[in-house]
Design a protein around this ligand. Structure first.
Ligand code: FAD
Length: 257
């Protein structure tokens, strides 16, 4: 294990350091066990099978690769959040935004029980401690599965502010957590950024997690750092997709950015 602090960062209490854990790459052949529509814009797909033996995902912002054979013989690989894993039942839940373009979204829209599905990873986890005084979880539809998982995992006594952008009001859903929860849903990236700007970040030692479209998350990250003066070592920002690009993933919190 290693921590993600860089040489210039102020020392963090050991318990607040992000731990990186790596796993052996592993390809798993599974089947679709169930398909649900938690809201009209998402497919929740439960994959199952004995190949899930040994599956590990230790952090809400882990990702696995869904491998999707294409008509031209290539295999498209798309990053998805392991939304929930039940080791006893050998079931893994994914939630995929139905944005209407691209192999993952199109596959999710037509998925049905009995179909095969192949995944790889996660290849590792970055474990963000849950015992910060407060957590800000902000993102778009692609970040919602990770945010929901974090809300499932935060312990009683913690506190979370959630800010989610989904285009349609029908894709808002009730949020539950053992943490004290404040949630805000917005429709557009512009409104989302405006809310990030006008947030009152609580005092104390908090962690900010941002994920979503590349350009929007990059702007939000600058607002959090430059306008809220939030410490960089207590921020994680990731581009989960990029307008006009396929299969895009970029961490925006590398030292020096
Ligand atoms: C760590 C990580 C975890 C992720 N977890 C999830 C998850 O749990 N659920 C989930 O739905 N997504 C998740 N994503 C985002 C997902 O990988 C991307 O949205 C991916 O591009 C979807 O693949 P696709 O085949 O549907 O579209 P692609 O073939 O990659 O893209 C096709 C076109 O659609 C556009 N596009 C891609 N995503 C969106 C979108 N959400 N809305 C509008 N246009 C889009 C692209 O810009 C491109 O023009 C995650 C990404 C990362 C990096």
């Amino acid at each position: 294990m290693e921590n993600s602090s860089s040489p210039g960062d102020p020392p963090l209490p050991a318990r607040r350091r992000i731990e990186r854990v790596r796993f052996e790459p592993c390809r798993r052949e599974l089947v679709v066990a169930r398909v649900e529509r938690p809201t009209p814009g998402f497919a929740a797909i439960t994959l199952a099978g004995p190949a899930l033996a040994g599956f590990q995902s230790l952090s809400f912002d882990d990702h696995l690769k869904l491998m999707l054979p294409q008509p031209d013989g290539t295999v498209a690989m798309r990053d998805l959040t392991p939304r929930a894993f039940d080791a006893a039942r050998q079931e893994l839940r994914l939630e995929i935004a139905l944005h209407g373009h691209g192999p993952a979204s199109l596959w999710a829209a037509q998925a049905a029980p009995g179909q095969p599905a192949v995944i790889g990873g996660p290849r590792g986890s970055m474990i963000i401690p849950a015992d910060h005084d407060w957590h800000l979880l902000a993102g778009d539809a692609t970040a919602l599965p990770a945010i929901l998982r974090r809300l499932d995992e935060l312990p009683p006594g913690s506190s979370a502010q959630v800010l989610v952008q989904v285009e349609n009001a029908a894709d808002e859903r009730p949020l539950r957590s053992a943490a004290a929860l404040q949630a805000q849903w917005v429709r557009t990236p512009g409104q989302w950024l405006q809310h990030v700007r006008s947030l009152a970040l609580p005092s104390g030692d908090g962690f900010v997690w941002l994920a979503g479209e590349a350009a929007t998350v990059a702007q939000a990250r600058r607002i959090v750092l430059d306008e809220h003066h939030h410490p960089r070592e207590a921020l994680r920002a990731a581009a989960y997709w990029k307008r006009g690009a396929t299969a895009f993933h970029e961490r925006l919190d590398e030292p020096g950015r």
